[in-house]
Design a protein around this ligand. Structure first.
Ligand code: KG4
Ligand code: ZN
Length: 418
């Protein structure tokens, strides 16, 4: 039986114009569910819950797919229940009499269907399929990378809702959004993407430069030929005996080190294409450790200053490649917006270096329109259900639904093939 596609998303009893989207993410090691009120004025998180598996996988030095699948299966239903309960309470606090006695369902369910680990994707998609059928609510299959790109449109607005409750909210208008005084809460100035956009998506599984002409319209300019940048951080951290995920650990240690202490290679930086390769950098780091560090079995030990210098030099090499390639792609496609997203977008050095280059370019005398630089708050750089909800919203307004009995997972889903 096919899901009946309804035009429900403009008739939520909660507000007149918004769409309530339940976002479900389970493609790697975080089970994350969020109820987001999405609109063309910005997106407000009503409730969200996340179960991280990091403590379990850290024992193995990386994500174990079978364990990940089992943990997602254990957590997904309780998380959805908690989010719906909390979301209902939050919505009812708004005092809309129509909603007081009713259980509010979302207007749309958005779920990550790929790329990612099949063991996790299946859990999220099965949960979403079941709810879509049971609630008779349209379903949207969201590409994980597309979700990361839309993480830049999230600002954690929960505070704004509660401050509205106490009656002291200032209405802050999004400069790029419609001036709508009917919104039931004040919106933070949520950034909305201006097109064309250039997206640098960097995570544990992906390193991609993507040209985005509109929501849903993507072209991959280049991607990694081997390891992703986050994977390279994680593998080198493992050599140093640092816990998983290694990116934040290396980044923390790098803060007190010298970036020019070790001259690591900048793979493919000089090549004219927009592809990346980080396996060689990982090997260069391994060889350097073999020659310069103490070792017991597979872990290498350096004195504190040496460790900080190693981390700073290694981090700088990754940042130089990512930023160098992104800037060259920007010269070519002349974007109005540059987006940095994915787990590695939490990296301070990367955020600041790309930002400094864009600022420099914007302050140039040349007759260019300034480029807008959008990046997620660090907590939304990681995998989360809210980004999936926001990406799903842009498909929902175009009615790009998937029937509950047709949705499938694709662990290698390319963003170009939406
Ligand atoms: O997007 P994400 O949460 O999961 C995937 O889709 O892969 O990204 C996780 C990746 C891990 O490789 C982690 O080490 C990296 O993001 N990461 C960082 C930082 N925070 C997370 N890498 C470098 N610096 C950071 N501060
Ligand atoms: Zn991710």
């Amino acid at each position: 039986m096919a899901c009946k596609l309804t035009d429900r998303f403009h008739v939520s009893p909660y507000t007149l114009h918004n769409m309530l989207v339940l976002g479900i993410e389970s493609s790697c090691d975080d089970t994350s569910v969020a109820l987001v009120d999405c609109s063309d004025r910005g997106h407000v998180i009503i409730a969200e819950k996340m179960a991280s598996q990091i403590d379990i996988h850290t024992k193995y030095g990386g994500v174990v797919p079978e364990i990940a699948g089992r943990m997602h299966a254990e957590k997904i239903v309780p998380l959805i229940e908690e989010v719906m309960n909390e979301g209902n309470k939050e919505i009812k606090k708004q005092g809309n009499s129509e909603t007081v006695d009713k259980l509010i369902h979302p207007d749309v369910i958005a779920v990550t269907a790929g790329p990612g680990l099949i063991t996790g994707l299946i859990v999220g998609v099965e949960a979403a399929r079941t709810l879509s059928y049971a609630w008779n609510i349209p379903l949207i299959a969201v590409n994980h990378i597309e979700g990361h790109i839309h993480s830049v449109e999230i600002s954690n607005n929960k505070f704004q809702i509660s401050s509205f409750q106490s009656g002291n909210a200032n209405k802050i208008q999004n400069p790029k959004s419609k001036n709508d005084s009917s919104a039931p809460y004040s919106l933070l100035p949520t950034p909305l993407i201006d097109f064309p956009a250039l997206c640098l998506v960097v995570s544990g599984g992906h390193t991609e430069l993507i040209s985005m002409k509109d929501h849903g319209d993507y072209k991959i300019l280049g991607s990694t030929k081997d390891d992703a940048a986050g994977e390279c951080f994680d593998k080198v951290a493992k050599l140093l005996g640092l816990p998983y995920p290694g990116g934040p650990q290396i980044s923390r240690l790098a803060m007190s080190g010298r970036t020019d202490a070790i001259n690591f290679p900048r793979p493919m930086l000089k090549e004219k294409n927009f592809d990346f390769s980080f396996a060689g950098l990982k090997t260069a780091a391994l060889y350097w450790l073999r020659d310069n560090a103490q070792t017991d079995s597979s872990t290498y030990h350096l004195p504190p200053t040496g460790l900080a210098d190693f981390c700073a030099s290694f981090e700088q090499a990754i940042v130089d490649v990512l930023v160098g390639k992104a800037l060259r792609a920007a010269e070519e496609i002349k974007p109005k917006t540059i987006i940095l997203a994915g787990g590695v977008a939490a990296n301070k050095k990367l955020r600041e270096t790309l930002g400094a280059h864009i600022q420099y370019r914007n302050s140039d005398e040349q007759p260019f329109a300034p480029i807008i630089y959008l990046l997620p708050t660090t907590s939304y750089a990681m995998d989360n259900g809210a980004m999936i909800a926001v990406a799903g919203y842009y498909h929902a307004i175009k009615k790009e639904f998937t029937d509950w009995d047709k949705i499938t997972v694709d662990p290698n889903w390319k963003i170009e093939k939406l």
